[in-house]
Design a protein around this ligand. Structure first.
Ligand SMILES: [Zn+2]
Length: 115
């Protein structure tokens, strides 16, 4: 019988430090929400459902559900699960009503960590 080795993936949270990925919820690839007053149905459909799903480095949003309950932006390699950097979402996004509705960030721009 072969023994299996458990793989632990660590995600660096700007507030909590490196934590097991099981504490987080994957939100998705980082995408900029289009202006609802200037966007057609095709663009909305693309924003909601179309993903690049790249092989290699990508920028994603994660939610630390079992920790500080904050959203963070992570640059992760989808093949090796290496994490190059994590930071708080951009200040431009934090002011939006939709992000406040999900319990978005309350911290200022100084948050973030590079590993
Ligand atoms: Zn955290």
């Amino acid at each position: 019988m072969q023994s299996r080795t458990a793989v632990v993936i660590l995600l660096p949270c700007p507030y909590c430090g490196p934590r097991n990925a099981s504490e987080f919820r994957y939100v998705g690839e980082l995408a900029t929400r289009p202006d609802p007053n200037a966007t057609g149905a095709g663009e909305w459909r693309a924003f909601l459902y179309m993903r690049d799903n790249p092989v290699g480095w990508t920028t994603e949003t994660w939610y630390h559900r079992a920790g500080c309950r904050q959203h963070l932006t992570v640059e992760r390699n989808t093949v090796t699960n290496e994490v190059w950097a994590s930071r708080l979402p951009d200040a431009q996004l934090r002011g939006r009503r939709d992000e406040r509705a999900t319990g978005g960030n309350v911290a200022d721009d100084s948050g973030g960590a590079t590993y």
